[in-house]
Ligand binder design. Structure first.
Ligand SMILES: CC(=O)SCCNC(=O)CCNC(=O)[C@H](O)C(C)(C)COP(=O)(O)OP(=O)(O)OC[C@H]1O[C@@H](n2cnc3c(N)ncnc32)[C@H](O)[C@@H]1OP(=O)(O)O
Ligand SMILES: CC(=O)C(=O)O
Ligand SMILES: [Mg+2]
Length: 357
């Protein structure tokens, strides 16, 4: 572990200073595209401004024969596309043990490093993986003359990564966030699922029998396969001041279950999710933007709490310092989203007769 005194020192001569805080930019949807797929690549200009993050994916879901085309395609897209102020450009590079990752990082940082906000690293096993990427990025940033550090995002998709999640989250000031990788994680854990994220009808609890009648009808309740993993990831991220995300939901047609999965993650503390198909973008936007009702309620609690201490009754419920803090989380998010989005600003605007914001 580096000394606390050295933690914010650049890891290569000439590399930019590390950031002290993750930039507060919306990242409700990290929209994946394959830069080697001409149809998807052609849609990138239209996606600018409609998604918070555009991610050029180089890893899984890109055919082995297309790895170099994807890397080159991303360089070309980044050079000609103005992503504007409200959309970030990220990439997911290949795994650290793959034959492609060294060229991915070298090419992307030296050719388009000034346009890349975040590098997502798959299959992170422990802090040593982040340390490796951290130093390499610093060397490449120095070579490219970059003035702003590229941040790092880890995917939690191995049992060892899961066991080390707190150390991964705190491994470098470059750490921007962590996403759940439910498909690889399920395989690595030897779970008996065959899906990309979401629940499973077999993972359930059953109502007790009535009068000992084990053959009689009994209700079943499907349980959330990902609760422990997401909750632990959220705690690790909150502890280190970085951002947690749900990952992919592979059943593109099941927009209802997709929305449920996204909302579970939002309620547990995630700030965003991946979108794999255009149909998932609006779902992510809806779920990861607080509702007008919650914003209005949060504002009423803030108003009722005055100086923020003590306890008050509002609509028959006790509110105090701790419920106020939750409301402030909602209001801060609403403010940040409103700054970029006039529609949300109008939705969240206090109604006539409401107290001050
Ligand atoms: C476990 C993991 O690692 S998850 C992360 C890796 N996986 C990915 O990144 C997957 C990204 N998404 C995809 O590859 C595709 O969306 C698929 C394969 C799931 C579905 O693709 P398709 O069968 O082409 O879907 P569909 O026919 O509904 O697409 C409609 C249009 O949207 C386009 N489109 C589909 N996905 C995307 C996308 N992610 N971004 C932009 N455009 C897209 C299609 O090219 C198609 O364009 P067209 O109208 O010009 O023909
Ligand atoms: C997100 C991802 O890569 C996975 O689920 O495996
Ligand atoms: Mg994976």
């Amino acid at each position: 572990m580096r000394s606390a005194k050295d933690f914010f020192a650049p890891l290569a001569v000439g590399a930019p200073d590390p950031v002290r805080e993750v930039p507060a930019r919306p990242s409700r949807m990290i929209h994946f595209f394959d830069p080697s797929n001409p149809k998807m690549a052609a849609k990138v200009p239209d996606l600018v401004g409609t998604v918070d993050v555009l991610l050029g994916n180089l890893e899984d879901a890109v055919k082995a024969d297309n790895k170099e085309a994807a890397r080159r395609g991303l360089v070309d897209i980044a050079k000609v596309t103005d992503v504007g102020e409200h959309t970030q450009l990220w990439t997911r590079v290949n795994a650290l043990d793959s034959p492609w990752v060294l060229d991915d990082l070298t090419t992307l940082v030296t050719e388009i490093g000034d346009r890349l906000d975040v590098v997502m690293v798959p299959k992170v096993q422990g802090p040593e993986d982040i340390h490796y990427v951290d130093r390499l990025l610093a060397q490449l940033e120095a070579r490219a003359g970059l003035r702003r550090p590229i941040l790092v995002h880890a995917i939690l998709e191995t049992a060892r990564g899961m066991a080390n999640v707190e150390e991964i989250a705190g491994a470098s000031p470059r750490m921007q966030g962590i996403s759940l990788g439910p498909a690889d994680l399920a395989a690595d854990r030897r779970m008996k699922t065959t899906r990309v994220g979401g629940g499973h009808p077999g993972y359930l609890v059953r109502q007790d029998p009535t009068d000992g009648d084990v053959q009689g009808p009994r209700a079943t309740y499907q349980q959330d396969l990902w609760h422990y993993t997401i909750a632990r990831m959220v705690d690790a991220c909150a502890m280190h001041g970085i951002l947690p995300y749900y990952g992919p939901f592979g059943d593109i047609q099941d927009v209802v279950a997709c929305e449920d999965q996204f909302r579970n993650a939002f309620l547990l503390g995630c700030v965003g999710t991946w979108t794999l198909h255009p149909v998932q973008i609006a779902i992510a936007k809806k779920v990861f933007s607080p509702s007008a009702h919650d914003v209005a309620h949060a504002r009423r609690v803030k108003e009722a709490m005055g100086d923020g201490t003590g306890a008050v009754m509002l609509d028959g419920k006790m509110e105090d310092d701790a419920s106020l803090k939750q409301c402030l989380v909602i209001l801060e998010l609403a403010d940040r989203l409103s700054a970029n989005d006039p529609e949300l600003a109008a939705l969240y605007a206090p109604a006539e007769g409401d107290g001050p914001a």
